[in-house]
Design a protein around this ligand. Structure first.
Ligand SMILES: O=C(O)CCC(=O)C(=O)O
Length: 254
């Protein structure tokens, strides 16, 4: 994998970057097979599975937005498969050789669940870290469209302070802040393509109003030293306690 200077400059300026075809069509099929074993609970993820859209929708599905933390803890083979390997290579090209995987997660929008992921910046979920380099790679395993919930980004928002966040629902769950589609750009992707976004980049997705799944496999990267700092402070992105890492962290923002 390699990136052009233009791609790196786009990332630095806009806080996101599309990488087409990070995996092949055949590989995407393999990932979808694994993914469906998570969705139908053949692979039981216990407290690592939760509803990111709790209190935000009223779909008949098990969750409004299915979120499964740390799939690679349940299927460690994925760590040596092409997606994690190539995404790490790209993350290092974007941010430096000291970058490592912090965590991975699955976010699925089941058919007709119609629940937007509220506008937020990932940094709002995390403890404050002296080194702010961080990127998530969002891989589409189904074609991602505006109607089934592709990602939207506010370009260059990673260069500005994190906006104040609050819980989107009445009883916790997802965080959100004030932001609007008019500020953003929609990133539609074919299956097998991905988009990287910086930890400070504002993003959101509409609900899935279509009759098929919108499966996304996300891997997050940051400097190894910052991962070690997080773990020292007991912060592991729900590895040990499900979704309990979800807190409003505005007080941490400097
Ligand atoms: O898949 C989504 O709708 C949201 C994903 C997201 O917020 C993220 O990857 O940080």
């Amino acid at each position: 994998m390699s990136l052009t200077p233009e791609q790196i400059s786009f990332w630095e300026t806009n806080g996101y970057l599309i990488v087409p075809n990070i995996i092949t069509t055949e590989e995407a099929e393999t990932y979808r097979r694994i993914y469906d074993q998570f969705l139908d609970n053949t692979i039981d993820t216990g407290a690592n599975r939760s509803d990111l859209g709790a209190g935000l929708g009223d779909s008949k599905a098990r969750e409004n937005i299915t979120q499964i933390m740390w799939p690679s803890d349940f299927v460690p083979e994925v760590l040596s498969m092409p997606y994690h390997q190539k995404a790490l290579t790209i993350a290092r090209l974007l941010m430096g050789e000291d970058i490592a995987m912090d965590f991975d997660m699955l976010i699925n929008k089941a058919p007709f669940t119609n629940t937007p992921t509220p506008w937020h910046q990932d940094a709002a979920y995390w403890i404050d870290m002296p080194d702010k380099r961080a990127a998530s790679c969002w891989l589409a395993l189904d074609e991602a469209t505006v109607d089934n919930g592709c990602m939207w980004y506010v370009p260059a928002s990673h260069l500005k302070p994190v906006r104040p966040h609050h819980f989107a629902g009445k009883q916790g769950g997802a965080l959100t802040c004030d932001a609007y589609e008019a500020e953003g750009v929609a990133v539609e992707l074919p299956a097998g393509s991905c988009v990287f976004h910086h930890g400070g980049t504002l993003h959101y997705s509409r609900g899935n109003s279509t009759g098929s799944q919108r499966r996304a496999f996300i891997v997050n990267f940051r400097p190894q030293a910052m991962i070690e700092l997080e773990r020292q402070k007991g912060f592991d992105h729900g590895r040990s306690g499900g979704a309990t890492d979800r807190k409003v962290r505005n007080e941490d923002f400097k």
